[in-house]
Design a protein around this ligand. Structure first.
Ligand code: CUA
Length: 180
């Protein structure tokens, strides 16, 4: 069989690229443990509302002072509908869905994750002060476009941890150049 020279060049070039890309993906997932943030922790979607991780939803502070946001997605809303978080401190989001796949996106940031029933998506990020809009970026049904929530980020020293205890914000306040 005679193969034209240019065709051969394209075939070899394309084959090489595929081999390189596949090797990079295989290396990252096997050697570096890279995977989507939504495929690590599982949960029974029917029991989310009584699961200690999501009942109640909202902001919690760990015993080590770490800040966590626990969010549930359902057609067509995010629970809670509004959260207040401290600026400059790492916040870890734990998000799950009780029905279909949604997409949690904090507009004007690079924070976003697919939200898949049966799994808990997790990522950690920090914010600048301001008001943020959270939308659903994964088509989930007729009310998809109405699925949003609000996020308020205030300077860490003004932030009140849920339950009224003051935040441990010494580091953040120093970083921001404020006197404490
Ligand atoms: Cu939820 Cu689109």
């Amino acid at each position: 069989m005679k193969i034209d020279l240019y065709e051969k060049v394209w075939m070899i070039g394309t084959g090489t690229m595929l081999a390189v890309f596949f090797s990079v993906i295989a290396y990252e997932s096997v050697a570096m443990g890279r995977m989507p943030p939504s495929h690590v922790e599982t949960i029974d979607p029917k029991a989310v509302m009584t699961d200690a991780r999501f009942a109640p939803q909202g902001v919690r502070v760990g015993t080590d002072g770490s800040v966590h946001a626990h969010v549930v997605g359902l057609t067509f809303t995010w629970l809670p509908g509004e959260m207040t978080l401290p600026a400059g401190l790492p916040v870890t989001f734990h998000i799950t869905s009780i029905d279909v796949t949604h997409g949690y996106q904090i507009v004007r940031t690079n924070a976003q994750s697919m939200v898949i029933p049966g799994y808990v998506s997790q990522f950690t990020t920090t914010f600048d002060p301001g008001d943020y809009l959270i939308v659903c970026n994964e088509y989930c049904g007729v009310g998809h476009h109405t699925m949003y929530a609000k996020l308020k980020v205030v300077p860490a020293e003004q932030w009140q941890a849920p339950g009224g205890a003051p935040a441990t914000t010494t580091t953040a306040a120093t970083e921001a150049g404020h006197e404490h």
